[in-house]
Design a protein around this ligand. Structure first.
Ligand SMILES: NC(=O)N[C@@H](O)C(=O)O
Ligand code: NI
Length: 166
């Protein structure tokens, strides 16, 4: 039995159980630098747990995924958050799940605009970076340090995502 997943627009409200949407939210704006800059303040915060842990800033260059796509697994980072912000103004897919007794529930798929990023809260089930159409760069803020920061769960039957309409 094929289990297909619908794709929904990424919104703060829909994503709230999983983390924060990084976007130019007028409710957060502060005019700084003599009025020359708008600061969209404290859109989210990075978490890095454990001794000697640190928050690091990375670049990810994601290769485009082919569709229909089989979501065969989900992962979570027990020691830190993970933030993805697109640098090429290109849409990407965000796939998250609620936790159900230690395993991911049915994934929820969101289409992020090219001016939206996400910060997965620590321990939130998600699928690794899902780039669309062409290789795309992302600024990624996550945790480095000792200890295992990756837990993966593989589904008995993958969920299928059809090609997103961009
Ligand atoms: N492995 C890695 O650094 N990235 C993944 O955690 C991911 O969510 O893309
Ligand atoms: Ni991850």
């Amino acid at each position: 039995m094929t289990r297909t997943l619908d794709i929904f627009p990424l919104t703060k409200a829909a994503f709230a159980p999983f983390g924060d949407v990084i976007e130019a939210d007028p409710a957060t704006v502060r005019l700084i630098n003599g009025g020359t800059t708008e600061r969209f303040h404290a859109l989210s915060s990075a978490e890095a747990a454990g001794d000697e842990a640190r928050v690091i800033i990375n670049l990810f260059r994601g290769q485009p995924r082919a569709f229909p796509y089989a979501v065969e697994m989900m992962e979570r980072h027990p020691l830190g958050s993970q933030c993805f912000v697109p640098l090429n103004d290109r849409q990407f897919l965000v796939i998250v799940s609620e936790d159900e007794d230690g395993r991911p529930g049915t994934p929820r798929v969101f289409l992020a605009r090219g001016d939206q990023g996400v910060n997965y809260r620590r321990n939130v089930w998600h699928y690794p970076l899902m780039t669309l159409d062409q290789p795309s760069d992302f600024l990624v803020v996550d945790r480095d340090g000792p200890g295992n920061n990756l837990v993966e769960f593989f589904f008995d039957t993958p969920f299928i995502i059809g090609a997103p309409t961009l």
